[in-house]
Design a protein around this ligand. Sequence first.
Ligand SMILES: *Cc1c(COP(=O)(O)O)cnc(C)c1O
Length: 397
Amino acid sequence: MSDQNPVFIPGPTNIPDRLRHAMNVQTSDHRAPNFVDLLAPLLDDLKKVFKTTTGTVITFPASGTGGWEAAITNTLSPGDKVLVARYGMFSHRWIDLCERHGLDVEVMECEWGTGAPAERFATRLAADTDHAVKAVLVTHNETATGVVSDIAAIRQAMDACAHPAMLYVDCVSSLGSMDFRMDEWGVDLAVSGSQKGFMLTTGMAIVGVSEKALAACETATCPRCFFDFRDMAGANAKGGYPYTPPIQLLFGLRESLDMLLGEGLENVYARHYRIAEGVRRAVAAWGMTLCAKTPDLYSDSVSAIYVPQGFDSTALTDFAFDEYGVSFGVGLGEMAGKAFRIGHLGSLTDVMALSGIAAIEMAMKDLGYPITLGSGVAAAQDYYRLTRKGATLKEAA
Ligand SMILES: *Cc1c(COP(=O)(O)O)cnc(C)c1O
């Protein structure tokens, strides 16, 4: 029966029944004249989620990592200088990908638990008077540490010195869960995937591409074929796909967009904040600390939580899985053994979140953690009770 439990990993996320049903369809012909009726509105609605009107959305059958590779290879050439801050496992993996493509990667090392350092970017870019830096890479939501970065501040740092570099943002674990504004923040490449905020199976990379980035395809010389934006954008413009699309996933995406846009993006963000805040109240009640250093860095899609000295976070997540049939995120990279993660994005309610908080609390108690059983659950219950739709001021007092 434990296969009925929700997962609390930050992707792939729980797939609501509505989306599972939408994907459970017979094959349909992607060369048929009516394929465009599915594809064209999908690409339009994706633009709403990215909050872009001037950009193009390009999808590939791939995971999010494929989206990174597409963003890099379509717009840059070997030897190009890129500036990137490392503050977690995902920003680290992006650096690795750039290095393997022969880019000249300049890394700003940052303490894990902090976010993209806007002032350091400002100083470095202002000093780059001959504009050697071609790209600035930022992970919006660092899933390893539960840290969200201020993309508007990075854009400001670039604009302050009128730097022409393009801005690349990994929004894999934030898009469709947390506020993201491609046009307003001047993002040139926004990389996401199907299995996080979109609540679908893994298998589609979803990339927002600005006009400037699309134009860069003409001069960029990194080798690419499967991921060539021009093939995909060209075929999409004619209502088709350059190769076989993951058709069931497209049907799922149709339904996912109906869910997200039907709920309203601002309501989706508010729901994520509320669920995340309940988790954070539980963490505080346990007397434990988040990896994210300050409240402005708290991610609403994942919380990374340090375990007390002398405890092993991997033993905790293994135990929760073995004994209670519930998955939590392990500590990644520098956080291995030191922190576990509660993923709280996608298809989740306050009631589901309480079950996760209760399960990890039991596992911690079983393993001798210095916590009071029920303390985290009660803190979250109080928060959810008092912030529910019909809560009155009298109850809150
Ligand atoms: C999940 C994730 C990715 C992509 O991972 P895939 O497994 O390739 O889909 C990239 N960046 C961040 C921040 C992520 O959370």
